[in-house]
Design a protein around this ligand. Structure first.
Ligand SMILES: *Cc1c(COP(=O)(O)O)cnc(C)c1O
Length: 468
């Protein structure tokens, strides 16, 4: 063994203690860490030939890199849809590396059973039934991609062919209908060879809504049937700009008259199911053929974690199986995970989620959802009352979408967002809503309090002055 490696092995408890001390210091101060660190990053150095040992690496990391890290784990980072990591989730994540299980095939470990238990907990939390099986993946983009890969196989089944066996050419053109899909759907369709141009937008409801007009969806499905084409519908449960929800029950009811695959992107909106006040927004989700929910957003587990669910595990196995030809297809139900997702070797990504759910239960996570929604409402009310700002949509759940009241050009909005980031007090991301340059403040961190929300408002108010 290399002497430095041997020395680290001999001093492992002290090394882990030093790392624990750094983590404890960082997490104790994360509430006050600047939300964003927009400054330049250190220039890359040459590959070390003689290493410094883990203590040296820790010191180097702390000196060169840690100061530039953002406060994305903290309470006033409201960009994108960004969760933090609950205490139990951090513990679970540490232990994931400690045990270093490969949850691809079973037989050697109970780790796969832990992932199955966690998927079952999540299924119950999001209001899905036993017919939905699931697996952990790295994020909602991959979850959407897996759901649409199963949809692609289903389209083949409808025509008596197997896309996974014979390729896409036999399938011919495909139509994917959606109201306000997330950009990751576009990416998934590119990856899957269905093509970005297969995504066909269906008009949304009037009045500035982002939810699909179900009558127009009905008409689009009728038109496709005229051409003898089964379709895929991507329903959106929580759009990123205004957290609008498609009427999932009404869309599911269309299945009585039309033949289509229903994929629901509930990346963060799925968490509405945890609260009696918001659960109506996801009603009907159980009728979906495939469902995407992100976990590194509102479950507040560390990156990277999401879950995918489907009712057609058989088709999923056809797409993703990695069995030797002479063994045939893996046995259902619950084949090894390597037959279900794009990865072959997989870390025990479920452990952080398992820890957080074991520690806080659905009630603890419901409290996070409701507190975040209350903070978003509070910020929305304050923004609405400020004549320098304009609220662009009602605060339906956890995102506040607003802009400058006076001349909101892309440049002015960008400079406003930069000014908020430069304050260190908050981090918001720019967007465009119905053609208007705008700003989003998305609440999904378990740490965020009312006092944080007021600090965010102060940062926004100050930046409004700067940007004019
Ligand atoms: C965030 C998000 C995604 C993509 O999630 P990643 O985890 O970044 O891959 C997909 N759909 C919706 C609605 C989202 O909010």
């Amino acid at each position: 063994m290399h002497p430095t490696l041997a020395a680290d092995r001999a001093h492992l408890p002290e090394l882990l203690q030093a790392v624990r001390d750094l983590a404890a210091r960082e997490l104790a101060s994360v509430d006050e860490r600047p939300a964003a660190r927009p400054g330049p990053a250190p220039a890359p150095q040459l590959l070390p030939v003689t290493g410094t040992g883990a203590d040296g690496a820790l010191a180097l990391f702390e000196r060169r890199w840690a100061p530039g890290f953002s406060g994305s784990a903290g309470p006033r980072y409201l960009g994108f849809v960004t969760g933090g990591a609950t205490p139990a989730a951090v513990a679970g994540d540490w232990l994931t590396s400690t045990y270093d299980q490969n949850v691809s095939a079973g037989g050697d470990s109970s780790a796969a059973a832990l992932e199955r238990e966690t998927v079952g907990w999540l299924r119950a939390m999001f209001g899905l039934g036993e017919e939905h099986s699931g697996a952990f993946v790295t994020g909602a983009t991959v979850s959407n991609t897996v759901g649409l890969a199963v949809a692609r196989e289903w389209l083949g089944e409808r025509r008596g062919l197997s896309v996974s066996r014979d390729g896409l050419a036999a399938l011919g053109p495909v139509t994917v209908l959606s109201g306000t899909p997330h950009s990751s759907i576009d990416k998934a369709l590119s990856v899957l060879g269905l093509g970005r141009s297969s995504l066909t937008s269906v008009p949304v409801l009037p009045g500035g809504r982002e939810a699909v007009d179900v009558d127009r969806l009905d008409a689009a499905l009728t038109a496709l049937e005229g051409e003898g084409r089964p379709a895929v519908v991507v329903a959106n449960a929580g759009t990123v700009n205004t957290v609008d929800f498609d009427d999932l029950r009404a869309i599911a009811a269309l299945k009585e008259r039309h033949d289509f695959w229903l994929h629901v992107d509930a990346a963060f909106g799925g968490f509405a199911a945890l609260s009696p006040a918001y659960a109506h927004l996801t009603e009907g989700i159980d009728a979906a053929d495939s469902v995407c929910v992100d976990l590194h957003k509102w479950l507040n587990v560390p990156y990277d974690a999401a879950v995918q669910f489907t009712r057609r595990q058989d088709l999923q196995v056809r797409v993703f199986h990695n069995a030797s030809p002479y063994l045939g297809l893996p046995a259902l139900p619950d084949p090894d995970f390597l037959h279900l997702t794009p990865e072959n070797s997989r870390r025990l990504r479920a452990l952080a989620a398992w820890f957080s759910l074991a520690a806080y239960g659905s009630e603890g996570h419901r409290e996070v959802v409701e507190r975040n929604a209350a903070c978003a409402r509070r910020l929305g009310e304050r923004i609405e009352a400020d004549p320098r700002l304009r609220l662009l949509a009602p605060v339906r759940l956890n995102v506040v979408c607003f802009t400058l009241a006076d001349d909101p050009t892309a440049e002015r909005v960008a400079s406003f967002v930069r000014a908020v980031a430069a304050s260190g007090e908050a981090f918001l991301t720019p967007t465009v809503l119905h053609g208007v340059p705008a700003v989003r403040a998305a609440f999904s961190n378990w740490r965020t309090s009312e006092a944080d929300t007021d600090r965010v408002l102060d940062a926004i108010t100050a930046a409004t002055t700067t940007a004019t």
